[in-house]
Design a protein around this ligand. Structure first.
Ligand code: C5P
Length: 211
């Protein structure tokens, strides 16, 4: 089953909770990033806890090992179940995120390649492949790979094997959900759901990939 993950990039606590509630029956996890956390604080994790869905902190953590450790400790102490980190800062820094995640019985995912057009500027030419290798050697639980470039997902799958691949970029960024759903463990969808007139109905429509 391919999972459907809601990217909850709204800026208001009440709106976030009400969208999450409407979508909950049709999704497998909720991804929260800087837009929502900067507006509400990490306590948004407690507000979403009643839904009993895994909460992924998309903070693309990218600092020295000690700072990564402090960030990840705060993330897991707030009630998140997983964190997304960058790998380009090096294996020691990425490994710290993985270690803190596992200490809390959580998960850590490494970004291998972003989904927007400008990502090709630095992530191509073998860099994404090296980041996928780093995810494997750091014992990360999976990688983030772009739904906007399915051929890149296929290439990165060769490196990470059965590790989870979660993929943002369908809908608003142009990626095709049916193509991508066959290649990954989870599809991350933001605007196409939370900007819809009826987010719950839209989540239900996207949830056909879970069958
Ligand atoms: O609204 P949309 O469906 O494009 O949202 C995609 C989400 O995934 C955003 O939160 C974005 O920051 C995130 N993301 C991404 N590409 C990556 C990693 C994360 O689009 N490589």
């Amino acid at each position: 089953m391919t999972e459907l993950i809601l990217s909850l990039d709204v800026l208001d606590r009440k709106q976030a909770v009400s969208i999450a509630e409407a979508c909950a029956p049709f999704i497998d996890a909720i991804k929260v990033g800087y837009p929502l956390v900067l507006a509400t604080g990490l306590t948004i994790a407690s507000d979403l806890a009643d839904l009993a869905l895994p909460l992924i902190a998309d903070f693309k953590v990218a600092d020295i090992p000690n700072t990564n450790r402090l960030i990840c400790e705060a993330v897991f102490s707030a009630g998140f179940d997983a964190v997304i980190a960058h790998g380009f800062v090096g294996a020691d820094a990425a490994r710290t995120c993985v270690e803190v995640a596992h200490k809390h019985s959580g998960a850590a995912y490494i970004v291998t390649e972003m989904s927007h057009p400008g990502a090709t500027e630095f992530f191509h030419g073998g860099v994404a492949e090296r980041l996928a290798e780093l995810a494997v050697s750091s014992r990360a639980d999976g990688i983030i790979a772009p739904a906007t470039r399915p051929e890149r997902i296929t290439r990165l799958r060769e490196i990470v094997g059965s590790k989870a691949i979660y993929s943002p970029g369908v809908g608003a960024q142009g990626g095709d959900i049916d193509t991508v759903a066959r290649l990954v463990d989870g599809v991350i969808v933001g605007r196409s759901i939370y900007e819809a007139e009826d987010p719950g109905a839209e989540a239900e429509r996207f949830s056909r990939i879970r069958r």
